[in-house]
Design a protein around this ligand. Structure first.
Ligand code: FAD
Length: 506
């Protein structure tokens, strides 16, 4: 005779299988950047175990890429945690003593080999900030940052420096620095591409917090619960498949289960009940027509087309000795009009555009915490795709030419002994750096923003949730940031969780 306890046990097992089939649907996540990892974390915490992440790169992290270089980790992608109140990254690491404050350099150098005096430099920074950070006071039409700022900056500097011809000239030339600064914040190639009336919301508190030489990757460990208590870590290792590039996503509404499929470049196919797509807006811009079968709804295609996705490049340089004598934490570079023209002859190697050499697209180099012999040079603008393809030798010589030109009279500038650089535009798994809102996307009175249209999930005719979108570009206010990407991952996980909260079968 069978023991009654065994019968009860097998009944319970049967019941639990029925629960599993109903409540543990299969979920595919495309991309193991922070949005994908956040989706998986929230799902696993809620008890969903049938989760798989397909990642095209041989590493996790996406646009977080911390590399050991010099004496510590440096970041080829995200470097700072921007803000505290309302910043989910900050909230998740608060109390763990992982963040420090970065002093942003305010020293300005002019290409005529002049160090701009502190008071004038502060005055220029304030003029830029006053014009750029203004809230709400826009003409009643869609307008770009360039259109909005150019006139205002001009009138501000005329008011401030109109009586001093020399200062006024430098202030005019600083407009070009100002545009590059806006481009590096927004990710745009010119400041006429990004809207002045954006929905971006800044988190309050310290806006530039670094990871004390350990890189932004520290946050990935916190996100996966590997840190601070390794014993609490979630089983991400079992869920992530690396070097799995998804080339096509197909779905078939008539199939009740596993109705969506991700087809990979290596010939493999994975099916699931739900798919959460997290690759960048750059990937979507390039592949939206070939990747989705059936094609995406028009509202979504328009959103992808109208949103901006930009270009920033970092070149990280290591020097045998600290030639800048550690007396500043970076250099802001103001090119004179004449020197900008001259650069093309003075440093003829490499690409140029409209009579401007690539080297003039560099507007600052910054020191790095816990890494005393390292500087990071920033490039913005339309030439970035070509600059990414330059050899290390040309990059090193070009940047040294710029440092020499601006500071050769103060320092004994040397060539770096090694360098690494980002290639976000050239890499087909990113195709750029971060998203911004364009005047085109803001045009007309729309109830939803392009980000919200992109975030809107695709359901079957019966209302079944099938294809969802996460990633920084889908956040209505914190786009372009890590904290925005995390929130979108949590959002899409919650969407699945609440879907099953309300629905008894899939
Ligand atoms: C240079 C630079 C500086 C930045 N600085 C900051 C900063 O200081 N602070 C800040 O908050 N933010 C910063 N950001 C922005 C921040 O890094 C991003 O907003 C955030 O990391 C985006 O995360 P995500 O998960 O949305 O996208 P991603 O990180 O792009 O993740 C998407 C993943 O999908 C993968 N993928 C792509 N295509 C496929 C495919 N076909 N099949 C499978 N997988 C695919 C990618 O490899 C990637 O891992 C910076 C970004 C860059 C590039």
């Amino acid at each position: 005779m069978k023991c009654p306890t065994a019968t009860i046990c097998s009944l319970l097992a049967l019941l639990s299988m029925a629960w599993t089939a109903k409540q543990d649907p299969s979920i595919l996540i495309i991309g193991a950047g922070v949005a994908g990892l956040s989706t998986a974390r929230r799902l696993m915490e809620a008890g969903y175990s049938n989760v798989k992440i397909l990642e095209a790169e041989p590493r996790i992290g996406g646009r977080i890429n911390s590399v050991f270089f010099g004496d510590a980790f440096v970041d080829l992608g995200a470097r700072w945690c921007h803000g505290q109140n309302g910043n989910v990254v900050y909230q998740m690491v608060e109390g763990l003593d992982l963040l420090g404050h970065t002093e942003i350099p305010f020293k300005m150098y002019h290409s005529s080999r002049t160090v701009i005096d502190e008071e004038f430099a502060m005055g220029l920074m304030e003029a830029m900030d006053g014009v750029y950070s203004v809230d709400g006071d826009y003409p009643d039409r869609y307008i770009s940052i360039g259109d909005f700022c150019e006139d205002r900056f001009n009138s501000t500097i005329h008011e401030k420096y109109g009586k001093d011809e020399k200062k006024l000239q430098i202030a005019k030339e600083a407009m070009y620095y100002f545009e590059m600064e806006v481009n590096s914040n927004e990710g745009s190639s010119t400041w006429f591409e990004s809207t002045a009336q954006s929905d971006y919301l800044e988190c309050e508190g310290d806006l530039v917090q670094h990871w004390k030489g350990k890189g932004y990757k520290t946050f990935l460990d916190v996100l996966m619960k590997k840190y601070p208590e390794p014993k609490n870590q979630l089983p991400f290792e079992d869920k992530i498949l690396l070097s799995k590039e998804v080339s096509e996503i197909t779905w078939n509404e008539s199939r009740p289960r596993n109705s969506i499929a991700a087809h990979c470049s290596d010939g493999s196919t994975y099916t699931a009940d739900h798919l959460v797509f997290t690759p960048s807006l750059g990937v979507l811009k390039e592949r939206m027509h070939s990747m989705f079968v059936p094609k995406l709804p028009e509202k979504k295609r328009m959103a992808i087309q109208n949103m901006g996705y930009g270009l920033v490049m970092k070149v990280i340089l290591h020097y045998p000795e600290i030639w800048w004598k550690n007396d500043c934490n970076g250099f802001n570079l103001i090119w004179s009009d004449e020197d900008r023209k001259r650069a093309i002859n003075e440093f003829p190697t490499g690409p140029n555009l409209n009579g401007r050499s690539w080297v003039t697209y560099m507007h600052y180099s910054l020191a790095v915490e816990n890494n005393p012999k390292v500087l990071v040079a920033w490039f913005t603008g339309k030439l970035v795709p070509e600059i990414e393809l330059l050899s290390n030798d040309t990059l090193a010589r070009g940047i040294t030419y710029v440092h020499e030109k601006f500071m050769g009279h103060i320092y004994n500038v040397t060539l770096p002994d090694k360098l690494i650089h980002s290639d976000w535009q050239s890499n087909p798994h990113f195709r750029g750096t971060y998203s911004y809102q364009t005047p085109a996307a803001k045009k007309g009175k729309k109830a939803t923003s392009a980000q919200e249209d992109l975030a809107d999930p695709i359901r079957t005719a019966q209302g079944r949730l099938i294809l969802q979108f996460a990633g920084e570009g889908t956040h209505p206010h914190h786009y372009s940031n890590v904290h925005g990407a995390v929130e979108t991952g949590f959002r899409e996980a919650e969407r699945i969780i609440s879907y099953y909260g309300k629905t008894t079968n899939i």
